[in-house]
Ligand binder design. Structure first.
Ligand code: HEM
Length: 407
């Protein structure tokens, strides 16, 4: 690590150990809250990897760092940067680790599948998938676990439509993705990853000349034209195929909030036409993930908040913290359904802005609308303290969401 200096001559902030406790419910991580109080730029050591990293928590700094080419992702793949995840195996083709111009080259073949107009075309089919799942729940009658019956299968099925997974293979592909996202253990997840990535390779090969608008056809074509390599196509497809996980857990937190805050549920039911801005306020407020995501490395010296980040030093940003910055969001810990403007960064910022944003919004909107409309009197079937939460996980959310309704 390079020499420690600051512009102002003040001592650099102390390095804080940030182990990630298993947080239940939707509580904000108390360690992150402390770090936010300590200063705009702090230093952290996470459970795995080596050394320490800077952490930016203020909205303006987070926006600057995530949109500034002086901070790169690719350099991280050559290092053992302090991190939250035990295993570190970036694949070629992964959007998340690519810098420009590679990032643009890789994103181009799949971007068309996730645009607003593509999502408009997808909407009726996604609604039909959801209606079938919810109809099954209604038929069986209360109680039901919304995670198992709806929140998990819905995003998996919709993403399979977008990707172009043939009906005959869906059962197997879903079994792999479910295993990868479950908390059953590293070995089982490893076997499922091998299975899924083998299947993706064969599918991309088979679609080299396919004229389809599905992601596997787009990738097969891009490989055939020499725009990306086969390994890159596989590295691109994997996270997209698994990406629905984020919707399951984010929407799980969202429904839990509505089920435990009667005023929020009441507001959603009373003004269905104005649900959009409330969903945005929930996206802002929900503690989507544990700890922090992927680091960046300063590619040259950069001055931020009175500190000099030296070339080669790793930097994390916290979108969760930025979304609670009182300079941008007055009374930030309060869920304010009338908050306006609400320029939250729940889906990230800059070139690495979430690829699935429009898809995630579409699915969340459909889920909230359909569940509230089809299940009148929807409420938790157990006391709120008995809802079980996912542990040892990157993405936070309820493990199960037992509900009942007026049948
Ligand atoms: C990246 C949030 C759903 C695919 C990200 C990032 C955030 C995020 C914060 C990181 C930005 C960064 O690295 O600076 C969310 C939330 C979701 C969601 C809150 C649901 C509510 C999805 C879905 C998909 C998806 C449904 C795909 C089908 C991706 C991909 C990236 C990403 C591929 C990496 C993009 C890149 O580095 O260029 N997401 N996401 N996400 N997300 Fe999502």
């Amino acid at each position: 690590m390079t020499e420690e200096t600051t512009l102002t001559g003040q001592a650099p902030p102390p390095v804080r150990d940030w182990s990630t406790p298993d947080l239940d419910g939707t509580d904000f991580d108390p360690v992150l809250a402390d770090l936010m109080r300590e200063g705009p730029l702090t230093r952290i050591r996470l459970p795995f990897g080596e050394g320490w990293a800077w952490l930016a928590t203020r909205y303006d700094d987070v926006k600057l760092i995530t949109n500034d080419p002086r901070f790169g992702r690719t350099e991280v793949t050559h290092r053992q940067v302090t991190r939250m995840a035990p295993n570190f195996a970036p694949r070629p083709g992964s959007l998340a680790w690519a810098d420009q111009p590679d990032h643009n080259r890789l994103r181009k073949p799949v971007a068309g599948a996730f645009t607003v107009s593509a999502m408009k075309r997808l909407r009726p089919r996604a609604q039909a998938v959801l209606d079938e799942l919810v109809e099954g729940v209604v038929q069986d009658g209360p109680p039901a676990d919304l995670i198992e019956r709806v929140l998990e299968p819905f995003p998996l099925t919709v993403v399979s439509e977008v990707m172009g997974v043939p009906a005959a293979d869906r059962g197997q592909v879903h079994a792999w993705t479910r295993e990868i996202i479950s908390t059953n253990g590293v070995e089982a997840a490893g076997r499922a990853k091998d299975g899924l990535y083998g299947w993706i390779t064969a599918t991309v090969r088979a679609r080299a000349a396919s004229p389809g608008e599905d992601v596997y056809s787009m990738l097969g074509g891009a490989v055939a034209r020499g725009e990306i390599s086969e390994a890159e196509a596989v590295g691109l497809a994997g996270p997209l195929q698994i990406g629905g996980e984020a919707v399951t857990h984010n929407c799980g937190q969202m429904l839990y909030l509505m089920l435990t805050r009667p005023e929020l549920m009441e507001r959603m039911r009373a003004r269905p036409e104005a649900r959009g801005p409330v969903l945005d306020e929930l996206f802002r407020w929900i503690p989507h993930r544990s700890s922090v995501g992927l680091a960046r490395i300063a590619l040259e010296d950069v001055e931020i908040a009175g500190h000099r980040i030296a070339a080669g030093e790793p930097v994390y940003v916290s979108y969760l913290a930025a979304n609670r910055d009182p300079a941008v969001f007055p009374d930030p810990d309060r869920i304010d359904p009338d908050r306006d403007p609400n320029p939250h960064v729940a889906f990230g910022n800059g070139p690495h802005f979430c690829t699935g944003t429009v898809l995630a919004r579409l699915q969340t909107e459909l889920l909230v609308d359909t569940l509230l409309d089809r299940l009148p009197g929807l409420r938790l079937a157990v006391p709120a303290e008995q809802v079980r939460w996912r542990h040892r996980t990157m993405i936070r959310g309820p493990q199960t969401l037992p509900v009942t309704w007026s049948a």
